[in-house]
Design a protein around this ligand. Structure first.
Ligand code: SAM
Ligand code: DTB
Ligand code: SF4
Length: 320
């Protein structure tokens, strides 16, 4: 991967200036940055699978899987290796090049369930897919074992600014998230780290999140930008929806700050217009999640997405 021209010493002020610049200038600069590192019109298709659902001890205010809220999400114990491999093979056939397994855990515990997850990673990797996991906090030795099993990426989001974080989650600290990211890095696994917008945060919070991400050295190879999916029963069920132009601004700023990272238009795409999605691609997004479901919430159907890709002249990116 080309690393020329990347910067890690962005100041908060510089990030603010970029984020607040005139929208059309922002889009133009972001698209130019995008073209230095990527083939225009190529998008990576990723698919999620919830391998363990609900009943999570954390109190993340956005999350339908937290045991602190009653959201109607049915709890599901760890899936079998067979069920996971069946889903991964199906995804592979459908042109997906990255498969991400999510578990509603606060952290990974050593023991039989972790051994099963390691076997799932080996199996998915053997299909030639980029395999990603998001399992909560990890120790250094757990990260090392995942790397040995062939894990390509680990997703662990900072979610929002350090300042706003305490209003969203009280059961863990921002610093703990950063520590897991260090363990992932040290084990040689690529980092997938981003956040959520539309939780009632301010521009300054979004700027601070972008600043945190863009000063990680190296940058996360993958940056998911999620739009809050408001789920009944969670404390954020009735928060005002975010203006799509704010999403587009956040995407463009992320592309300029971290030009060589894959930028993923993740949760919340279902609620966006085709035109807003097109502007996200203009702003430098180059990946989406496909499949009828994200982890627990709905996503556009595969058929709708086929039409979308065709209408926007986008081509699926193949495995690197
Ligand atoms: N339990 C693990 C953790 O928190 O790291 C992994 C799974 S968790 C569901 C992964 C990410 O999904 C969260 O960090 C958050 O960014 C995102 N997420 C969860 N609920 C969401 C929602 N309602 N809308 C948008 N993003 C959401
Ligand atoms: C990420 O940043 N977005 C993806 C992935 N990482 C795990 C998933 C978002 C999940 C949205 C809520 C749900 O479907 O439960
Ligand atoms: Fe648990 Fe992850 Fe949901 Fe937080 S985001 S409640 S840690 S599943």
């Amino acid at each position: 991967m080309q690393t020329h021209g990347l910067r890690y010493n962005w100041t908060r002020e510089e990030v603010r200036t970029i984020y607040k610049s005139l929208l059309l200038n922002l889009l133009f600069t972001a698209q130019a940055a995008h073209r230095q590192y990527f083939v225009p019109g190529e998008v990576q298709l990723c698919q999620l699978l919830s391998i363990k659902t609900g009943g999570c001890p954390e109190d993340c205010a956005y999350c339908p899987q937290s045991a602190h809220y009653s959201t109607g999400v049915a709890r599901q114990d760890l899936l079998s290796i067979d069920e996971v491999l069946r889903a991964a093979r199906e995804a592979n056939k459908n042109g997906v090049s990255r498969f991400c397994m999510g578990a509603a855990w606060r952290q990974v515990s050593d023991g039989p369930e972790f051994e099963v997850v390691l076997e799932m990673v080996r199996g998915v990797a053997s299909l030639g897919l980029e395999v990603c996991c998001t399992l909560g906090m990890l120790t250094e030795s757990q990260a090392k074992r995942l790397a040995e099993a062939g894990l390509y990426a680990y997703n662990h989001n900072l979610d929002t600014s350090p300042e706003f974080y305490g209003q969203i989650i009280t059961t863990r600290k921002y610093e703990e998230r950063l520590r897991t990211l260090e363990h992932v890095r040290k084990a040689g696994i690529t980092v997938c780290c981003g956040g959520i917008i539309g939780m009632g945060e301010s521009d300054e919070d979004r700027i601070a999140l972008l600043h945190q991400l863009a000063t990680l050295q190296p940058h996360p190879e993958s940056v998911p930008i999620n739009v809050l999916v408001r789920v009944q029963g969670t404390p954020l069920a009735d928060v005002d929806p975010v203006d799509p132009l704010i999403l587009i601004r956040t995407m463009a700023a992320a592309r300029i700050l971290m030009p060589s990272s894959r930028l993923r238009l993740s949760a919340g795409r279902w609620a966006l217009s085709r035109e807003a999605i097109a502007l996200c691609f203009m702003a430098g997004a180059n990946s989406i999640f496909v499949g009828d479901k994200l982890l627990t919430t709905p996503n556009p159907s595969r058929l709708e997405d086929e039409v979308l890709l065709e209408e926007l002249d986008l081509k699926p990116m193949h495995h690197a």
